[in-house]
Design a protein around this ligand. Sequence first.
Ligand code: FAD
Length: 141
Amino acid sequence: MLTRLIYASRVSPGIDARNVRDILAASHRNNKARGVSGALLFNSGYFLQWLEGGRSAVNERFRVIGGDPRHREAEILGYDVVAMRTFPDWTMGYAGEGSLNGELFFRYTDGGTFNPFTLTADAAVALIHDLSRASLSLTPA
Ligand code: FAD
């Protein structure tokens, strides 16, 4: 059974793009071994992550990720059974600071600051879809 979990969290103090590089390296390694794919947004002090794969694998990865001190207050925005993967080629696609700007920023905020905790599950799904068309890569620039 394929499952998709989307969560938001706050980046812990002192964590920057170099730390995210380590996170992505572990993600690529571990997710590939477990058949998990997805995408990670690192922006404005928040993470927003999409994990998809077998239900047990996704739940197990989320338990590990949720205990990681590099972020806090991980909150599930959406959890669904899905018919197919959206990112079969991404062991973990990545969008960093600057990826959410201009029209995309305006679309998902009230014009103020970006805060994924305020997104509905549908908006979080749509945002990551939009990012995947615009700017996902495998590692931070
Ligand atoms: P290693 O990468 O070798 O790390 C060993 C231990 O050190 C781990 O417990 C790790 O948490 C800890 N650690 C390493 N660097 C730091 C640091 N700078 N500060 C504090 N502790 C540190 N993992 C996945 O497998 N898939 C994912 O999709 C995924 N997404 C993530 C998204 C976010 C936002 C965060 C914060 C972490 C994510 N991780 C993901 C990492 C996950 O939390 C574990 O750290 C990782 O899976 C452990 O990999 P490893 O066993 O190979 O250990």
